[in-house]
Design a binder for this molecule. Structure first.
Ligand SMILES: Nc1ncnc2c1ncn2[C@@H]1O[C@H](COP(=O)(O)OP(=O)(O)OP(=O)(O)O)[C@@H](O)[C@H]1O
Ligand SMILES: [Mg+2]
Length: 318
């Protein structure tokens, strides 16, 4: 049973211009997406830069105004609500922001940065608060003396860990992680990802993992949605997406994953040429005349693809 359902979510930004600075058009940043979240599962949101991933995360958490659609949390409608500071939704849904560096206030010591969410949401004594801060630092593998330091005194990976510690401070159910490792070196990326996986099972957390990197999402997620221009082109389990991709855009993304072995590289290159050719010739089956992604249609209980009627019957390699 899912604890949160998002239905037909849209976030449109007005574009102003002209003499009266009136609205002349809209950016359809998120344009009708639906998702459900179950306890302990990791969901991936993948797509190229500007497709609407961060906007989706911000809208869910309440930092962007939702144009239409609904978010139900534990049976309660939380769409665009002016939520109370200590409401369970605010406490239980946390976000790790795309830019760890600027999301940590540079003028505050770590102690203070971690105390903030604890004070906002949990009623604890000063002594318990100190204990909780020490626990959080231990969970993210940072030494006790980190408490007295400022964000600039840490490396990128350490800052990301502090962002995770802050998100964990309120015992959340769901963490929305927006490109949590994309600014990090590959070796540190693996470290942070594995760490996030460990705490997921330890705390029964759910993740919405936002990334432009399919490799990262494959490593982390049970369920994946592929986003293009504010809409989902395909959603399914990890197996659905990686072993049985249907949408031409998904295939294009998959064929762009680098292959390390020289033999694999050649094969991937040949595949890429075929995928690219199909992409151009089959566009009309996957997009409407405004190049808008079609509505999703089911291929199986778990696998959905935005495809014109009848095309899905032709199978994967059509
Ligand atoms: N405040 C805003 N006003 C107007 N347009 C915006 C605003 N914020 C985002 N956009 C536009 O909405 C679209 C989606 O932006 P978003 O930041 O969600 O993309 P993204 O998928 O997170 O990209 P990236 O991978 O680069 O982080 C983009 O075209 C962006 O220019
Ligand atoms: Mg983003």
């Amino acid at each position: 049973m899912s604890f949160m359902q998002i239905k037909n979510l849209k976030v449109h930004y007005p574009i102003r211009g002209g003499f009266f600075n009136s609205i002349i058009d809209y950016v359809y940043a998120v344009d009708g997406i639906s998702m459900e979240f179950e306890k302990g599962k990791a969901y991936g949101l993948v797509g190229e830069s500007g497709c609407g991933k961060s906007t989706t995360g911000m809208a869910i958490i309440g930092l962007e105004k939702i144009t239409s659609g609904s978010i139900m949390y534990e049976g309660e409608d939380v769409t665009n609500q002016r939520r109370k500071r200590n409401s369970s939704f605010n406490r239980e849904i946390q976000m790790i922001f795309q830019d760890a560096h600027s999301s940590l206030n540079p003028r505050k010591r770590v102690e203070h940065l971690l105390a903030e969410p604890i004070r906002n949401f949990l009623r604890v004594s000063p002594k318990e608060e100190q204990k909780k801060i020490s626990e959080l630092l231990e969970i993210v593998g940072m030494p006790e003396d980190a408490k007295l330091k400022y964000p600039h005194e840490f490396s990128g990976g350490q800052k990301q860990r502090l962002g995770i510690a802050r998100a964990l401070a309120t015992n959340p159910k769901l963490i929305i992680a927006d490109e949590p490792v994309s600014a990090l070196d590959l070796s540190v990326q693996a470290q942070v990802l594995n760490f996030m996986k460990d705490i997921q099972s330890e705390f029964g957390l759910s993740y919405l993992f936002i990334s432009h990197d399919l490799g990262v999402v494959k490593h982390m997620c049970d369920h994946i949605s592929i986003m293009y221009k504010g809409r989902f082109v395909e959603t399914g389990t990890k197996e659905d997406i990686f072993t049985n991709p249907h949408h031409i855009y998904t295939k294009r993304l998959l064929s762009a994953i680098p292959n390390v072995s020289p033999k694999g590289r050649e094969k991937r290159k040949r595949e890429r040429i075929i995928v690219e050719k199909n992409y151009q010739t089959e566009l009309k089956n996957y997009f409407d005349h405004n190049h808008r992604v079609l509505d999703l249609a089911p291929l199986s209980e778990t696998h959905f693809v935005a495809i014109a009627n009848g095309v899905s019957m032709r199978g994967n390699n059509s």
